[in-house]
Design a protein. Structure first.
Lengths: 113, 119
């Protein structure tokens, strides 16, 4: 069975600082990998996805993520965080893009002024 | 509309009542998913439709949960005899393709969810 682990439940960074959110997955083959963001009271917005090819993928809002097969990781990064980035971030895995998603427990990002 | 629409946004019910949650997917989207998100947790899969066919209902927690998509568009998630542990946000997502072949790269688009509170 596939699973996703997000080791950090909460992260606080200062505005302008860099950010890295960790994601580790367990899956028998190369999965489809996603990062979603959820603001309070809102649904999930897709930040970026990895299917194949270049292991460094660019997403919206200045986010990027790197797929590392040897570490079973798909960490999310942003070079300079803005106060509006404060939200809950979810990593997810699926056998293919249109299949059911398995989510991690999420990381809540807080941004200090 | 341009996105996935869910209604109601908030629902409060007394324990034992039946509730129905509606999802209106993006027009033309073949696949539709329901997820349950408990407070402070990630969403968990409930069920999946491809057009009107319910292909996977392995995530439904009990036989009190029932979902349908009779015309391959709007879907309804029904919970009978609600219990307090049913309190959660119920998210609906749709994707363009069936997930196979040329459509396999189409991601899911989520609605804003229905927050269900059982008193």
């Amino acid at each position: 069975a596939q699973s996703v682990t997000q080791p950090d439940i909460h992260i606080t960074v200062s505005e302008g600082a860099s950010l890295e959110l960790r994601c580790n997955y367990s899956y028998g083959a190369t999965p489809y990998l996603f990062w979603y963001v959820q603001s309070p009271g809102q649904g999930l917005q897709l930040l970026l996805k990895y299917f194949s090819g270049d292991t460094l993928v660019q997403g919206i809002k200045g986010f990027e993520a790197e797929f590392k097969r040897s570490q079973s990781s798909f960490n999310l990064r942003k070079p300079s965080v803005h106060w509006s980035d404060a939200a809950e971030y979810f990593c997810a895995v699926a056998p293919w893009a249109g299949n059911m998603l398995t989510f991690g427990g999420g990381t809540r990002l807080m941004v200090k002024p | 509309g341009a996105g996935v629409s869910q209604s109601p946004r908030y629902k409060v019910a007394k324990r034992g009542q039946d509730v129905a949650l509606r999802c209106d997917p993006i027009s033309g989207h073949v696949s539709l998913f329901w997820y349950q998100q408990a407070l402070g947790q990630g969403p968990e899969f409930l069920t999946y439709f491809q057009n009107e066919a319910q292909l996977d209902k392995s995530g439904l927690p009990s036989d009190r949960f029932f979902a349908e998509r009779p015309e391959g568009s709007v879907s309804t998630l029904k919970i009978q005899r609600t219990q307090q542990e049913d309190s959660a946000v119920y998210l609906c997502a749709s994707s363009l393709g069936s997930g196979q072949g040329a459509d396999s790269n189409q991601p899911q688009h989520f609605g804003d969810g229905t927050r269900l509170s059982i008193l």
